[in-house]
Each structure stands twice: as structure tokens, then as C-alpha cells.
Design a protein around this ligand. Structure first.
Ligand code: HEC
Length: 111
């Protein structure tokens, strides 16, 4: 083995050892809490139908996805709910969609 290849071998071994040491680092203890902007407790405004929306619209994203939209019309909220169901696969029962649209139009929309 040449001197150069011994040096290369030494570098590879050192890198390997440091990678091993990094994986052995202990995980941090305790619980960390982070708050994200706009998430305000994952809560929708109170009002008729809020419970249905709370149950159907928080499994994939926060309420901020709704509260940060411009005031949408009923037709736009209807399309939005249909998109969640048909494009993104939200398991919204057909008989609950009208209550959800009513709620969204009243609380986050314009007639
Ligand atoms: C199955 C998962 C899922 C559920 C349940 C769900 N959404 Fe979404 N929603 C998504 C995804 C995915 C996006 C797009 C995220 C992105 O573009 O970053 C999205 C985005 C949105 C947006 C932003 C505008 C847009 O069209 O991208 C709104 C408003 C929204 N959702 C409303 C709702 C409402 C209201 C409900 C309840 C009826 C709901 N979502 C339930 C998956 C879901």
C-alpha cells in the first residue's frame, strides 16, 4: 500500500468514526412547544355548524387555511368544499357539505 492510499484510508476512517459519534448523540430531554403564526388554537369562529367544520376540516390542516382566505362567496365556498372532498380526498359525508358551506359563507364569506 502506498503512503497516499494510507492517508486516504486514515481520512475515511476518521470520517466514519465522527459520523458514528453523531448518531450516538442523546435526544434532547423534555417537551418543546412551538406556536406557528395564524394557527390560533386550530379553532374556527363559533356559530351554527362550527362543530361540523371543526370535525371535518382540521384533520389535514389548520383553521388558518380558512381564516386567511379573502371573503369568498357561497359559490366559491361550495367549490372549495367540493375540492377538499374530490381532489384532496377529505371524507366529508354528502349530507354534511351544505352545513359546512352555510357556516363558511356566514362566518368567512360574503353572501
Ligand atoms: C384530506 C385532507 C383535507 C381535508 C380533510 C380538508 N382539506 Fe383543505 N386542503 C387540503 C390540501 C392538501 C390543501 C392544499 C394545501 C396546499 O396547497 O398547501 C388544502 C387547502 C385548503 C384551503 C386553501 C385554498 C386551496 O384551495 O388550496 C382552504 C380554504 C381549505 N383547504 C379549506 C378546507 C375546508 C373548509 C375543509 C373542511 C370542509 C378542508 N379544507 C378539509 C386538504 C384537506
Amino acid at each position: 500500500m502506498t503512503k497516499q492510499s494510507l492517508i486516504v484510508l486514515g481520512i475515511v476512517a476518521a470520517l466514519g468514526a465522527s459520523a458514528l459519534a453523531a448518531t450516538k448523540a442523546a435526544p434532547p430531554k423534555g417537551t418543546a412547544t412551538i406556536s406557528l403564526p395564524g394557527d390560533a388554537g386550530m379553532a374556527f369562529k363559533p356559530g351554527p355548524g362550527a362543530g361540523v367544520v371543526q370535525g371535518q376540516c382540521l384533520s389535514c390542516h389548520s383553521s388558518a387555511y380558512v381564516s386567511t382566505q379573502p371573503q369568498l362567496t357561497r359559490a366559491q365556498w361550495t367549490a372549495e368544499v367540493a375540492k377538499m372532498k374530490n381532489v384532496y380526498g377529505a371524507p366529508i359525508p354528502d349530507d354534511q357539505a351544505p352545513a359546512i358551506v352555510d357556516y363558511l359563507t356566514t362566518q368567512y364569506g360574503k353572501p
